[in-house]
Write a protein that binds this ligand. Sequence first.
Ligand code: PLP
Length: 385
Amino acid sequence: MRDLAPRLTQLKAQSLYRRRLTLDSPQDTHISVEGQPLISFCSNDYLGLANHPDVIQAFQQGVQKYGVGSGASHLVTGHSRAHDDLEEALAAFTGYPRALLFSSGYMANLAAQTTLAARHDVIYQDRLNHASLIDAAHLSKASLQRYAHLDSSALNNMLGEAKLSGNKNSLVVSDGVFSMDGDIAPVPELLNIASAHHSFLIIDDAHGIGVLGENGRGCLEHFNIHHTDDLILVGTLGKAFGTFGAFVAASDDVIETLIQKGRSYIYTTALPPAVACATLASLKLIQQDNERREKLAELIVYFKTCAEQIQLPLMPSNTAIQPLLMGDAEQALSISQSLRDQGFLVTAIRPPTVAEDTARLRITLSANHRHDDINALLEALSTLL
Ligand SMILES: *Cc1c(COP(=O)(O)O)cnc(C)c1O
């Protein structure tokens, strides 16, 4: 592992080298990157709450009350009233007995799988699950089996075979909305199959919570599914909520197990309390303000209709994630660069984030986009593709 330089050079040669952008502005649809104004189609701030005045104000009030850092982990002195209030509000919002805050979605996923599965168990995952879900399975030491994307009958077969060979403890895990594809998992089928095999189902609804369903309760509301003891929900707060952190919503026993055993819960500093205050304000907006969700839904339909008219390679998604399939990483990168030269920010997603030969431009829409922003992007794309 000392030969790092040639590996880096190789990444560049394969068009797989990643570079960071440095923003000089708040997160929004119109941003400034190293002095260049850009219309951004890359953020996960789907409802435009990251820079919302109510959320900013709640954050500032939180800082006045609690200071900046939480100073310790939740089990020492890091757990504040603000965290507690937010957990209660999230439980009520999702319709679960309890919710537990985590410092990030990545850590929530690590804790959920490592406490609910261990060596000799089997974790079943959709092939296109988010990297944090895959990493969590590896860390749990359970064996990981991946079923074909969205294929609940493949999952059913795998669980059936495992039962025949006497393998009992299993866990089924899926993204709710797939982060790089924008399609939605068949949650009702997954839940039926998992329950029939006495298995927990974990749904990571990072891209659905706040956005999907009439009241923004995410993919469970989208499918009209209510809490059951078998169904564990992971939600992240850095996307539609516009703040930071994550939560697990589950039964009392599952939450207590996470508190007692979840290493990525126990051995890390609690979120700053002010972030919990800001998130409470976003949650209020999510619950009270249907307009942002409706505006986003309208923009998604508008984007898809216009993109179809000019025959862009849309993928089967009805969510705010609207990828255009390029295939070739170099082509995706070069179109992304040309768009940037014209003032549009659209990231090229390349392997290993997505499978070989499925590089894509990942366009995400936000309630803060205007029709003019979309028109301008589509016009630029029509000359490039
Ligand atoms: C973004 C994301 C995460 C990670 O959440 P963070 O709070 O950013 O760590 C987990 N799962 C999915 C599906 C995601 O898209």
